[in-house]
Write a protein that binds this ligand. Sequence first.
Ligand code: ADP
Ligand code: MG
Length: 318
Amino acid sequence: MSAREFDLIERIRRRAATARDDVLLGIGDDAALLQVPTGQTLVVATDTLNAGVHFPVETAASDIGWKALAVNLSDLAAMGAQPAWCTLSLSLPDGDPAWVDAFLDGFTALAAMHGVALVGGDTTRGPLSVSVTVHGFVDAARALRRAAARDGDDVWVSGTLGDAAAALTQWRAGALIDSSLRERLDRPVPRVALGRALAGVANACIDVSDGLLADLTHVCVASGVGAQIDVDALPASEALRTGFGGDARRHLQAAGGDDYELCFTARSDERDAVEAAACEAGVAVTRIGTVVAGEGVDVRGSDGAPWGSDSAGWQHFA
Ligand code: ADP
Ligand code: MG
């Protein structure tokens, strides 16, 4: 390890402010010592963001820091877990301390909001890449698994869909990017409270990262069921409605991705419990369809006609 890397790690250690009693040993030794609460199961998820692949190269360092943790917390949320700890692996082209400080501004802001302690990591020289691992707890019997959707369940989604993809569309077109859409792309809000409130209420759950239809298809395949979705029931923000109409908007909502909302299924007699969970978490939820016997995701408009079946790229969801 070079002196420069040591300085960076020391910088990171000083900024890893969240203290937790269950961290017996954090940054500074060969490994961390962590205490899992009795009766709980450890939940672990990891996700990597590569420059130019997972975020535009000119993305602000603080936004990269926020998003690197947010996409991981979103995975814990989708399991119904309570986040506790994380590790951070940084590959940096030039080890610029100012960049690391700005990165940590975003990263630590979100970590503090969820009481997550940074307990270790790795710092290397290379193309810009950020890999985070998060650890949390859940009662395994209540964990929200992809394979738990059942014929007759309602299909729900939290928040609104398509905003992040809309920002990316505007960015690719070289157009002015609506600031609230850009916020959804750069600073996704992981639905941690909702996931926890849904544990024991919902059946299957997944976080929407690749696009609603792709991710719902994962749930259907894992559960051995199909789903019927009303594309016109998908929730849209004001900003999305203002900037995009008709099929362009439906496409962003159904297939855009980077939403980090939760898509989940629950028995229809759990509707009040789902609404109560959403209210407790302070997040809106919308019923967008039904789980059915069979396979594939059947997408229809509010008029009942199949949607998108004549446009390339849709068939593989059916
Ligand atoms: P080792 O050679 O044992 O891998 P390192 O020099 O890589 O040790 O790391 C020293 C300590 O600093 C370890 O506790 C490690 O977890 C921590 N660390 C290194 N990089 C980071 C980082 N980017 N974020 C948080 N902790 C880090
Ligand atoms: Mg190391």
